[in-house]
Design a protein around this ligand. Structure first.
Ligand code: ATP
Ligand code: MG
Length: 358
């Protein structure tokens, strides 16, 4: 297994920006995810690690080995492509064995390795099937087996679940995670699905427009987003604008655009947030942290009128109009009466749940 370092890597396509200044160190054995919307540069970055693109600037290292201009077959990475890129006219066995043939592994060893890997991805008995006779989920596992059979130091997965239905996605998510933990292999995973990224990754790199927005654990990215983009891309959140009006010990006092007074903790501020009197700040408040008021909280209670009430069985969700702003809240259904559209409601926004994104 190997660590992966991207040292100020840039990729330009003519005048067009591909990715800019990606600077990361991925630990050996880590499950690291590139997350972001379509066109943000995820595949481009992954392809540079695999060697299918060379950086315009910067360096790539596997452990201490410089690989920046090494061709793909000399890098010992296994890659699952966004569209799988399987060979449709070949059988499952031939597809998986392909990388070993290229590497001139002798036939007996190759057969043994292919069979072992087919067992690992639960494809035993499918060796003689043609690719076009397989389901999407089975094809996905062939692609994974083809990447793993060469015993790569680094596994690169580009949206490997995008062609699967919801249930199969979830199952395969567990499968990939299980394999990664079993093999302890450094894995770089590309997705635009935040739930997938959150549930599988040790760390996530959030990208937008070819630039890195934030790198952190799922917990850090969710609770400490550095800007509006990250806050809204990762899960649902309320973004409220406000102006700092003063300080009280370790707390910041903010007046929201519609005149509500809220208090939050200074320590919950991103490095980019300007916390001085008169400065504008963006507050991120997660719906699940907003509670129906008991009437005893004192501070940080806002009142409004319910504009949408949603009962999902497990949860009760409200959208409440608070002055000129709207506040989403989400709570576990504890069997209490459910408010309806037009009802008045008091909501408590706990101080520790306000994050100043800057
Ligand atoms: N070979 C190329 N030539 C020119 N521009 C390219 C090339 N490959 C990618 N780009 C551009 O670089 C940017 C990043 O593309 P990339 O494929 O890395 O995005 P992505 O994050 O993988 O998106 P998706 O989620 O849609 O797969 C895009 O603006 C794209 O148009
Ligand atoms: Mg892509």
């Amino acid at each position: 297994m190997s660590s992966v370092t991207l040292d100020h890597v840039h990729k330009r396509f003519g005048q067009a920006k591909g990715v800019e200044d990606v600077h990361i160190h991925i630990e050996s054995g880590e499950f690291f995810t590139f997350l972001g919307p379509s066109g943000c540069g995820k595949t481009t970055t992954l392809r540079m690690i695999a060697g299918f693109y060379y950086p315009t600037e910067g360096h790539i290292r596997f452990g201490s080995q410089e690989v920046t201009s090494l061709p793909p077959h000399k890098r010992n990475t296994g890659m699952v492509f966004q569209n799988y890129a399987l060979f449709p006219h070949m059988t499952v066995f031939e597809n998986i064995a392909f990388g070993l043939q290229v590497r001139k592994v002798n036939k007996t060893d190759a057969k043994e390795r292919v069979e072992r890997i087919m067992k690992l991805v639960r494809l035993e008995g499918y060796g003689e099937r043609r690719i076009d006779q397989l389901s999407g989920g089975q094809q996905q596992r062939v692609a994974l087996a083809r990447a793993l059979v060469i015993e790569p130091q680094i596994l690169l997965l580009d949206e490997p679940l995008s062609n699967l239905d919801a249930k199969l996605r979830e199952e395969t998510r567990f499968e990939i995670k299980r394999l990664q933990l079993e093999l302890g292999i450094t894995t770089i995973y590309v997705t635009h699905d935040q739930a997938e990224a959150m549930s599988m990754s040790d760390r996530i790199m959030v990208m937008q427009g070819g630039e890195v927005q934030q790198i952190g654990t799922p917990h850090e990215i969710y609770h400490r987003p550095v800007n509006r983009f990250v806050a809204s891309f990762i899960g649902e959140t309320n973004l409220w604008e406000g102006t700092v009006t003063g300080f009280d010990g370790d707390e910041v006092l903010v007046r929201t655009a519609s005149g509500q007074m809220l208090s939050g903790f200074k320590k919950n501020a991103s490095p980019r947030a300007q916390l001085s009197v008169g400065e504008k700040v963006t507050m991120s408040i997660r719906p699940e942290s907003v509670l129906e008021s008991t009437g005893n909280e004192g501070q940080n209670v806002v009142t409004g009128s319910v504009v949408m009430s949603e009962f999902t069985g497990a949860c009760v969700n409200y959208v409440t109009e608070v002055g000129t702003e709207s506040l989403r809240s989400m709570s576990i259904n504890l069997g209490r009466p459910i408010k309806q559209r037009g009802d008045a409601i008091g909501l408590h926004i706990p101080k520790e749940s306000i994050y100043f994104a800057g």
